[in-house]
Write a protein that binds this ligand. Structure first.
Ligand code: CO
Ligand code: CO
Ligand code: CO
Length: 352
């Protein structure tokens, strides 16, 4: 135990059972646990659990609604300062996915004080604060408990005009789907945890996880899109399934147009995959039709749980190339059209 206090031997990702959003409870179990709960509605509740979205939205007046979300997870990288930043960016993302502006944030911490020095916690909180400030929000408090495993995240409250709420329930037939970040953080951080790659080897993915979806969201709001969500623990397929259910449409995905981080395909081919991928595959398989010639490693990556993933926007066919160009000019270079919204079909997603 003592050796872990030594900075050189401190591998945060190796002292926890799963990393980042891959630690999410499997969708099957989540569904079962929510099943049968009688949740009271309210006319001011614009987005709640009825049509699960990135965040809850509650109308305060005709011109203002609050957006509430929370996200936390075990370390995804070994460097506590970087982990803090990624966890905060990931938590803030749900506000951006609704088109909102984050105002306040609170820390949520589970900390094994018998296993780790307090400097680790200080670095995590410092990282989180950096991103809260970068988002233009303020830290207003938090809650820390002694825990067997390290966990960190934020609750975030944001605001939006009730008429501008960008849900995942309004994608329209004919829309193009734009994804702003590559896929593969799950497989890469799993490889890091297993010691198959170093933090340096997965730098493109780390830099992507450190990038706020702020700019992408602001451009999306100015431009006007039909629907949006961010891609996190349920993987690309899982979050699209939610969009198709809530919007009553289906989606055609072209697997060749999806961008992956360097080494993601190679690691996926070698059999490296987080438990979250298997959970997602099992849960979403009945809803998808995947062309048989698509390699297994690509199918796995479509279900790879993302941490701090990109925004997925549904935008009209005519607007799509213009929006894509705006995003790229603004520095969101990996933005790409990955598919289109089609008529509701027996399969919610068709991958070709
Ligand atoms: Co989300
Ligand atoms: Co979330
Ligand atoms: Co949304």
């Amino acid at each position: 135990m003592k050796s872990r206090l030594n900075k050189k031997n401190l591998f945060l990702t190796r002292i926890v059972s799963s990393s980042g959003c891959a630690a999410k409870l499997a969708p099957t179990l989540l569904n079962k646990s929510l099943c049968g709960l009688r949740i009271k509605g309210n006319p001011n509740l614009l987005v709640g659990l009825e049509k699960p979205d990135d965040a809850g939205v509650y109308k305060l007046s005709d011109s203002i609604a609050i957006i509430q979300t929370l996200d936390f997870f075990p370390p995804i990288v070994d460097d506590p300062y970087v982990f803090g930043q990624i966890a905060a960016v990931n938590a803030l993302s749900d506000i951006y996915a609704m088109g909102g502006k984050p105002l306040t944030a609170m820390n949520i911490v589970g900390f094994p004080s018998d296993k780790l020095p307090l400097t680790v916690l200080q670095q995590i909180l410092k990282g989180g604060l950096k991103k809260i400030h970068q988002a233009g929000a303020v830290l207003v408090g938090g809650h820390t408990i002694n825990d067997v495993e390290l966990k960190y995240g934020l609750t975030v409250t944001g605001i939006i005009h009730p008429k501008n709420v960008c849900t995942n329930a309004t994608a329209r037939i004919g829309d193009k789907l734009i994804l702003t970040k590559p896929i593969g953080t799950g497989v890469l951080v799993t490889a890091l945890k297993k010691g198959m790659v170093s933090q340096k080897d997965i730098m493109p993915a780390i830099n992507s996880m450190l990038m706020l979806n702020k700019k992408a969201s602001e451009i999306m709001q100015q431009f006007g899109v039909n629907a949006c969500t961010d891609i996190t623990g349920f993987g690309l397929i899982g979050h699209i399934v939610l969009m198709t259910d809530n919007s009553n449409v289906s989606v055609g995905l072209s697997h060749k147009s999806i961008r992956y981080f360097p080494n993601a395909i190679k690691l996926s081919r070698s059999g490296c995959s987080p438990a979250g991928t298997r959970n997602n595959l099992e849960f979403y398989a009945p809803f998808t039709k995947i062309k048989s010639n698509i390699p297994k490693e690509a199918v796995n990556l479509l279900h790879d749980p993302q941490t701090s993933g990109g925004l997925l926007m549904a935008v009209t066919k005519t607007k799509a190339p213009i929006l894509l160009n705006k995003l790229r000019v603004a520095g969101i270079k990996d933005a790409h059209i990955i598919g289109e919204v089609i008529k509701r079909w027996t399969n919610k997603i068709i991958v070709h």
